[in-house]
Design a protein around this ligand. Structure first.
Ligand SMILES: CC(C)(COP(=O)(O)OP(=O)(O)OC[C@H]1O[C@@H](n2cnc3c(N)ncnc32)[C@H](O)[C@@H]1OP(=O)(O)O)[C@@H](O)C(=O)NCCC(=O)NCCS
Length: 180
């Protein structure tokens, strides 16, 4: 399905915004590790300045969707690790998760921080990510409390990658000289 068509929530009802770990911790806990102590959903990187937390909030300012991006690497290249994506049960399948991913990319683009994004995704949510441009890059594996998982990667779109490489500039210069 085209991602644009998946997000059908009237924008006035929901606010997508960068946020802090504290504001999304309860939602993370409720959705991802409800049977375990809340400490299980606190990450060592949560308070790092470069970690990015995003939340979607309803009219009552309650967190209804969240996701966290942690600076990481992918095969030696700067990357993000996506963790703890969660939509509150009553708000699922309405395009909010899709809206969150679209918001996240908008924010990364605005700050020139688009990089490959990898994640250890629950197999049950792999289709969600696949529809949004991720692909499986590992066999399925048991991932502790998260259960059956698969590593997924969303590569940087090629035009965004080109913008930042010297090769691009060199190639353009070479093409220009050929045309001239
Ligand atoms: C995975 C998760 C975050 C998705 O959040 P969401 O807000 O439901 O996401 P969306 O509504 O954008 O998309 C979910 C599905 O609803 C469908 N959908 C979106 N808008 C829709 C609409 N208006 N009408 C009907 N279906 C719709 C999408 O096509 C999508 O289907 P797919 O998963 O088969 O591709 C959510 O299911 C969740 O929190 N799951 C439990 C925790 C989890 O597994 N997190 C991921 C950890 S790796």
């Amino acid at each position: 399905m085209i991602p644009e068509l998946r997000s059908q929530i009237p924008p006035t009802m929901i606010t997508f915004t960068p946020t802090t770990a504290d504001r999304i911790l309860q939602l993370r806990h409720q959705v991802l590790r409800p049977a375990l102590p809340i400490a299980e959903v606190i990450f060592a990187e949560d308070q790092d300045q470069k970690t990015r937390h995003y939340g979607a909030f309803n009219k009552q300012s309650e967190a209804i969707c969240c996701v966290t991006l942690i600076p990481s690497t992918w095969h030696g290249e700067a990357a993000w690790r996506l963790r703890a994506m969660a939509t509150a049960p009553g708000w699922r399948n309405q395009g909010i998760g899709t809206g969150m991913i679209r918001y996240l990319f908008k924010d990364l683009r605005a700050s020139d921080q688009v990089r490959p994004i990898w994640s250890n995704a629950r197999v049950s949510s792999a289709k969600f990510y696949r529809e949004l441009g991720w692909r499986e890059v590992s066999e399925q594996f048991e991932n502790g409390n998260a259960g059956l998982s698969v590593q997924m990667l969303r590569e940087r779109p090629i035009n965004e990658r080109w913008k930042q490489t010297k090769l691009f500039t060199t190639e353009i210069a070479s093409l220009r000289s050929q045309i001239a």
